[in-house]
Design a protein around this ligand. Sequence first.
Ligand SMILES: *Cc1c(COP(=O)(O)O)cnc(C)c1O
Length: 394
Amino acid sequence: MLNKNVAPVYLDYAATTPVDPQVAEAMSGYLTVGGIFANPSSIHAAGRRSAAAVETAREQLAGLLNVSPHELIWTSGATESVNLGILGAARYRSDRGKHLITMPTEHKAVTDTFQALEREGFDVTYLMPDRNGLLALDEFEAAIRHDTQLVSVMHVNNETGVIQDIRRIGERCRERDILLHVDAAQSVGKLPTDLSVLPVDLLSLTAHKLYGPKGIGALYMADRPACHVLPLFHGGGQERRLRPGTLAVHQIVGLGAAAALAKSRQVEDLMHLQGLEARLWSGIGNIPGILRNGSETESFPGILSVSIEGIEGESLMLALEPLCVGSGSACNSRNRESSAVLRALGHDDALVQSAIRFSFGRGTTNDEIDLAIGCYADAIKHLRAISPQHARTA
Ligand SMILES: *Cc1c(COP(=O)(O)O)cnc(C)c1O
């Protein structure tokens, strides 16, 4: 077993990433009296400098997504973007129809928002994925009705790394005048996301999964007549009155800087992740009873989720104390609610509870992966040695 006194190895980049030092440096110029701190809504010279910084950041983010800057709305993060995009668009176009389609494997931000719409009288179809976590396109087409107005499917799944075929889903939506919202919190800046060619109407993202600060995100809203949202908040005229409130200039600058950095490093970052994932899987993939969650082929290399037979989840998490990893109850590990994403793959409770999500990023080293391999392998060996079956025969 690893020495419990060593600093834990952080392998939870899917939960959040550290802020890149270059991003923190950029942000620090927008806070204090010597910096650009004025309210960007003020018309005086200092305010105009803040407003210019906000627009530069918008251009940086637009450059990453290949969209027009005016198609981006600043929010507090992906949860708010998802709420604004889905609630806002569904309510705006409710005369087009009240049927909506999504999947039970979406992030809570999405599924809870759809449940809120059900309480408002919308009718939601939750399409189960196949055993690899993917949306079956034929089932999707069969679920579309004349009154379907909005679909939401995520790009990269936060628990398994499964990548949905956004292009083909979007093409089917466009043919039928249905809007597509994509939760891209896990993929923006990591996988190529060219919205000038992808048929996506609304897309949610957040800075803190992208080496930017927490508490800032954006909603992309395509410049098409059918695509519009009703605001959730009311107040000033900021962000075309769709998201009023004083803009968080330092946070916005941080997201802009993170986007520019991600664009310049995308190929390098992705190759780094591919190397780490291959190393991790070659180190643990031969352990008897181990099972990779999600798709072998349609998978983002920054996330590797595994379940294991005959191991109790809670004991495993305790044994993995030197590692900061996600568990089978993933984002909800505090309330021990078992993962809907893993259950949707057809796993029984034990397999869901034994799931471990390793996620890594720019700062992860081969040495850390090797430590994780050793720690995981030792934990399994130890837990199998002390399991009741073994004790009885001993
Ligand atoms: C992290 C995450 C969110 C929530 O983002 P916040 O900025 O924390 O609100 C939503 N969807 C997915 C897929 C995520 O990974």
